[in-house]
Design a binder for this molecule. Structure first.
Ligand SMILES: C[S@@+](CC[C@H](N)C(=O)[O-])C[C@H]1O[C@@H](n2cnc3c(N)ncnc32)[C@H](O)[C@@H]1O
Length: 356
């Protein structure tokens, strides 16, 4: 790699960030270089097409395709406060979803003993899903040692959390993978993830009622070295800034029905998954025109012959030959809105292995 290229390194794993514009336009993987590392114009630049990329207030690279909303040529990129995932209220809700207080489960406050335990819900239940997918029954060895290069999750491999929001699963991945990218299109959510990364503590305001809130602090219990294996990037999962075949594990949970072009998302996720690697795609299939124009819905409607189209099958068909479905799981999530209300949903997770 040439000097000055933006290479992420952790635990012996290396990965170059590449220009998303060059990948999309010409299929070229041009590693980005730092531009003016200090000062107001600090950012990244593509030596191939000359495109400059800015950074979030927290310092994350903002690698959005030029011309798309939120993209900026250099320096700090302002967030659009009207965008749903940039709203302060949305950010607090996602922090509450990702970092629930272990001793004050908000769903248990509503359902009492009927609430499924935190450990069985999103996000805490997800690592067990990727482990089970990686090592299907019969092949499983116990107990898995992080850092054991012979284990199925070698620390010498990279993982991607696409649509990472405020980063909980990126940190969980870093317990097992040497280099983890948490990518999201929201500047505010990525900066919230960076704030957690700084000292391993999530801080947010829990809404009690109306404008009444109380401060919550949840410690991740993750050593600085492990947190340091995560790199947060503001980017578009439809135009990923990574070379093909970069990741041994790719997660895309609750993202499919929030992007404008779900098929393009699946193609991008497939592109960056390494041969033999795993791809976990999870969705409650909540198709809404606010996020996905109806012609791009993968499911939830009838085709021209009147046949019902379902999202789960469309995901399998879109990935197609070369991918095997290893397992399917159901994952409950609860996003607290205030002390007496919230959104309860069930994500359907399909785990695929890319054939070699
Ligand atoms: C429903 S949330 C799910 C977040 C997280 N994966 C989870 O399950 O808690 C959808 C996330 O996808 C992000 N997002 C939406 N469109 C995106 C895109 N094109 N590229 C990357 N992230 C996107 C949003 O900013 C938001 O954080």
């Amino acid at each position: 790699m040439a000097e000055g290229e933006t290479i992420a390194r952790a635990a012996g794993v290396e990965l170059a960030l590449v220009c998303p514009q060059c990948v999309q336009a010409r299929g070229e993987e041009q590693p980005l270089v730092r531009a003016a590392p200090q000062g107001p114009a600090a950012g990244w630049r593509c030596p191939g097409c000359g495109q400059a990329y800015g950074r979030s207030a927290g310092g994350a690279p903002v690698l959005l395709l030029p011309g798309t909303a939120g993209a900026a040529a250099s320096g700090p990129v302002p967030a659009d406060p009207a965008a749903y995932y940039e709203r302060a209220r949305t950010r607090e809700q996602y922090l509450a979803l990702h970092y629930p207080p272990p001793d004050a489960d908000p769903l248990a406050a509503l359902l009492g003993p009927h609430a499924p335990p935190l450990a069985e819900r999103y996000p805490l239940a997800v690592p067990a899903l990727w482990r089970a997918a990686r090592e299907p029954a019969g092949e499983r060895r116990a107990p898995e040692q992080p850092g054991d290069a012979t284990s199925a999750a070698p620390l010498a491999a990279a993982a991607l959390d696409a649509g990472a929001a405020c980063g909980r699963l990126s940190f969980e991945l870093a317990r097992e993978y040497g280099l983890v990218f948490g990518l999201d299109r929201s500047l505010g959510l990525i900066d919230a993830a960076l704030a957690v990364q700084a000292d391993g503590v999530a801080r947010y305001e829990r809404v009690i009622e109306g404008e009444l809130t109380e401060a919550v602090e949840v410690a991740l219990e993750l050593e600085p070295a492990v947190r340091g294996r995560v790199r947060f990037v503001v980017g578009d999962a439809l135009a990923l800034p990574f070379p093909a075949g970069s990741f041994a594990l790719v997660l895309a949970l609750n993202l499919l029905d929030r992007v404008g072009e779900p098929r393009r998302l699946l193609a991008e996720l497939a592109r960056v998954t390494a041969p033999g690697g795993m791809l976990l795609v999870g969705s409650p299939y909540t198709w809404l025109e606010e996020f996905t124009p109806r012609p791009h819905w993968l499911g939830g409607l009838r085709d021209e012959r009147g046949q019902a189209r379902r999202g789960a099958q469309a995901v399998r068909e879109a990935l197609g030959a070369g991918w095997s479905l290893v397992r399917e799981d159901e994952l409950l999530f609860f996003i607290p809105h205030h002390a007496r209300s919230g959104q309860l949903g069930r994500t359907h997770v399909q785990s695929f292995r890319r054939q070699r």
